[in-house]
Every structure is written in structure tokens, then in C-alpha cells.
Design a protein around this ligand. Structure first.
Ligand SMILES: [Zn+2]
Length: 300
């Protein structure tokens, strides 16, 4: 076995263990418990787990997804996060090899993963994690480009924060509330600091595409369930008019259709945000995380 393969195996094992740790971080950053102190226990029966209940993925299989003591089902989230972390670590190593870039990438992806999960689960994001990412981004820029690196990183940070805040506050025009959470601004700033001023806009645009693929279907499904037909119809018209414009009739009539249905969609979406009981926005951190990961692996 050559040295790189050997190293790859150990990095995957390391990824599994870290994934196991991230599960704890995700769980306890939601419940506000200390990350280090309380020993792992079953949330249902409170029995302390044995050491062999804590082996990543393997324990889940051995226990057949149930608590050893009370047979309560263990969430599939645990092995999934462990495997995902392993894959992310492995791909990072394959892409960037033995370098400090690999370490930084692993760190950033870990932060994004944790924030994504807490955002999806409870729309709660620990902004300190984004700040740690930002510091990592500036440090990396300094190692790579010295004083100019810091300069571009800093401008990227400012651009990320300003663009995201601008989009977010557009919500006030329609709904007297932010369109997105404050955490999104922190994460956008962190991505700006990591990728620098020239890439910030690209990454944020990527996140828009990512949100269309992953978040909009969920959003539309909720609209459908809550009986909000107007948003749904506006969305369908918007997509149809875009397709029409793009594939066949590129004239001012079809362009007006795109614009009218686009504005209508934006209006209904913002109105929906205003009326929503819990006044909550879409989880946007997952989209930013996907965009960030895509940029790291395909465009960096
Ligand atoms: Zn139990």
C-alpha cells in the first residue's frame, strides 16, 4: 500500500470519529448543554452508554438502530453525519493532498456541516462557528497571499455581509421583517473571507441556485399544504415564462411576462413571510454551505 492510500484510510477513520463528535455538537448546541462534560447517554432512558455504543456507524449497525437498554430508535442522522464527514474529509484529502489547504478545507466544511444541520433542524445557528470560519479564512488568505491576501479576504468579508444583509432587508419592503436570518449574513461573510472579494458574488449566486434545488421544493410543498395557492400559481407562471423566453420567444412581451410573474412571486413570498405564524424565514445556511462546498471542490 502506498503512503497516500494509507493516509487516506486514516483520514477517513478520523472523519468518522469527528462526525461522531459533530453529532454531539449539533445536539448540544441545540439544547445548550456543555459539549465536553456530560457523558453520552440515551435521551429516552438516561442510561449511560458503554464505550462500544459510541463507535461511529458500527455501533448503529450492531445495535440495529435501537438503544441497548430501552430499545428506543436511534436517529438515522447519527450514522449519516458520520459517513458524510468521512466522505468530506476523504475528498478534501484527495483533492488537496498533503497540504495546509486540506486542513483549512476540512475545518470549513465541518463548520458548514454543523451549522447546516442545526439550521435545518431548528433554524438555530451558532454564529460563533461562522466567526471561527472567518478567522480561518483570513488566516488562510494571509498564508497564501500575505498582505494582499488579507486585503482581498477582508473585502470579501465585507462584500458577503453587505450583499446578504441587502437581500435580507429587502424583506422589510414587503413584509416588515427580514427575508433571512442573521446567521445567513454571518455565513455569507465567512464565505467572503474564505474566497476573497473576486469570488464572493459567484459563491452567493451559486447559493441561489442551490436554494432553488433544495429549499424551494420544500417551501412550495408547505405552501401547497397550507392552502396558499397564489404563491404556487405565481411560481408555475414564473417558471413557464422563463422557459418560454429561453427556448422560443425572446421578445418584449415574453420578457414582460417573466418580470410580472417574477414580481408577483416575490410579492406573495414576502407576504407569506409576514403572515407566517412563527415569522420564520427559509433555512438558507444549507444553500450557502452547498455553494461553499461546490466552490471548494470544483472552482478553487
Ligand atoms: Zn435508552
Amino acid at each position: 500500500m502506498d503512503f497516500n492510500t494509507y493516509l487516506l484510510i486514516w483520514i477517513c477513520v478520523f472523519g468518522l470519529c469527528m462526525g461522531s463528535f459533530y453529532n454531539v455538537v449539533i445536539l448540544r448546541s441545540l439544547s445548550g448543554e456543555s459539549i465536553v462534560f456530560p457523558p453520552s447517554k440515551c435521551p429516552k432512558c438516561n442510561n449511560k452508554l458503554f464505550w462500544w455504543h459510541n463507535i461511529p456507524v458500527l455501533s448503529y449497525i450492531l445495535l440495529r438502530g435501537k438503544c441497548y437498554f430501552c430499545k428506543e430508535k436511534i436517529s438515522i442522522q447519527y450514522p449519516i453525519i458520520e459517513l458524510l464527514t468521512m466522505v468530506l474529509f476523504g475528498i478534501s484529502f484527495l483533492k488537496f493532498g498533503i497540504s495546509y489547504t486540506t486542513l483549512f478545507v476540512i475545518f470549513w466544511l465541518s463548520c458548514l456541516l454543523i451549522m447546516t444541520m442545526t439550521d435545518i433542524k431548528e433554524k438555530l445557528v451558532d454564529c460563533n462557528i461562522a466567526i471561527a470560519m472567518t478567522i480561518g479564512g483570513v488566516l488562510y488568505a494571509w498564508l497564501n497571499g500575505g498582505i494582499h491576501g488579507i486585503f482581498h479576504s477582508f473585502l470579501g468579508l465585507i462584500a458577503g455581509v453587505l450583499i446578504m444583509e441587502l437581500i435580507s432587508r429587502a424583506g422589510f419592503i414587503f413584509a416588515k421583517t427580514r427575508a433571512m436570518g442573521e446567521a445567513d449574513t454571518y455565513v455569507a461573510g465567512a464565505l467572503g473571507a474564505i474566497f476573497g472579494i473576486f469570488s464572493t458574488v459567484k459563491v452567493l449566486l451559486l447559493s441561489l441556485f442551490a436554494s432553488m434545488i433544495f429549499i424551494i421544493p420544500v417551501f412550495l410543498y408547505n405552501k401547497y399544504k397550507s392552502g396558499d395557492k397564489a404563491t404556487l400559481i405565481a411560481f408555475i407562471f414564473f417558471i413557464l415564462s422563463i422557459v418560454t423566453f429561453y427556448t422560443k420567444y425572446q421578445n418584449y412581451w415574453t420578457l414582460s411576462l417573466v418580470m410580472i410573474s417574477g414580481f408577483a412571486l416575490a410579492y406573495f413570498v414576502m407576504k407569506g413571510i409576514k403572515q407566517a405564524e412563527n415569522r420564520n424565514y427559509l433555512p438558507y445556511v444549507p444553500a450557502l454551505a452547498i455553494a461553499g462546498a461546490y466552490y471548494i471542490f470544483f472552482l478553487l
